[in-house]
Design a protein around this ligand. Sequence first.
Ligand SMILES: Cc1ncc(COP(=O)(O)O)c(C=O)c1O
Length: 369
Amino acid sequence: MKPRVPEHIASLIPYPPGKPIEELEREYGIAGSIKLASNENPLGPSPRALQAIESAVGRLHRYPDGSGYYLRKRLSEKHALPFDGIVLGNGSNEIIELAIRTFLLPGDEVVMPAPSFLVYKLAVQTMGGKAVHVPLKDFAIDLEQTSRAVTPRTRIIFVNNPNNPTGTIVSRAGFESFLDGIPRETIVVLDEAYIEFNRDPDTPRGFDYIDRRGPYVVVLRTFSKAYGLAGLRIGYGAMNPAVADYLNRVRQPFNTGHLSQVAALAAVDDEDFLEQTRNAVWEGMRYLYTEIEKLGLPCLPSQANFFLIEVPVDAKRVFEAMLAQGVIIRPMNSYGMSRHIRINAGLPEENERFVKALKLTLDNLKSSA
Ligand SMILES: Cc1ncc(COP(=O)(O)O)c(C=O)c1O
């Protein structure tokens, strides 16, 4: 007998988690594999964050500071944000969920690009909301169609800039005229998880819009990518304090851990590490684009630390063949793109190994065809 569960929960398709690397290696009888599948930082964690963690472990018997005072204070100084408008989260994922739990009634609509980050629709469905998908136009978010998809039941709109999985950005003028056309009571969540990697000056800086009095803009930032702290789970939302006030009512009192807070606080000012990370990513992307082009595979220009490559067969087959060589990539089937794989820039030796493995995979597929 199965437990009784509402239909909108029973029909959820869980986020594809992936197995631990150690398990995959055991299954495939390989060692020393590399992972370019989750858009993580190839350099490791911020060294300043590691130091901060070392000196903070002695306090683990205490609950963390539920207000995240020092981290919020530093973020508000650094980015000129209202202190009361910053909400910390267990990864920026938690802020996605918090915004939905705070503003959505069952049956309400949330407009989002498709394909985009899978967690948006999962979180909406979990709350019994209706995800309204607006197809990308030439792989980029179509803000005109997005505003046309708004109805009186729309509570939240997601804009992902740069967009995962395409790495495309929206223009500043396009975003501003989009905001002007959106009903004032709507929440626009601008997810900037990868904004530190963007090099195009013609894109909005989300923090510039949070003092609008509708539509309210909630900007998401994370320490998981450019700061190398994905394993700690810490991110934040920056918004009008009136919006933050509601999120704080829904938020668990101790939602971010002590080590996460101190590590993030140290990472915020680790400018050297941020610069090294950006340079490593940009150099990695340049190398990968050049090599993939030589292989004759179409790939998409990206402002993030990852990009999409079109493959001549089902992406899952490419994934399996690469895995057997110890190279873990993301097949995009779960995003509805069965002819695309997504990879992030790794260390130079990882990038080289990826290119070799992809070349071998394509050669083998050709000769077996
Ligand atoms: C677009 C986007 N937003 C948010 C996140 C979540 O990041 P985190 O919860 O680690 O802060 C990710 C992670 O992959 C992402 O791709």
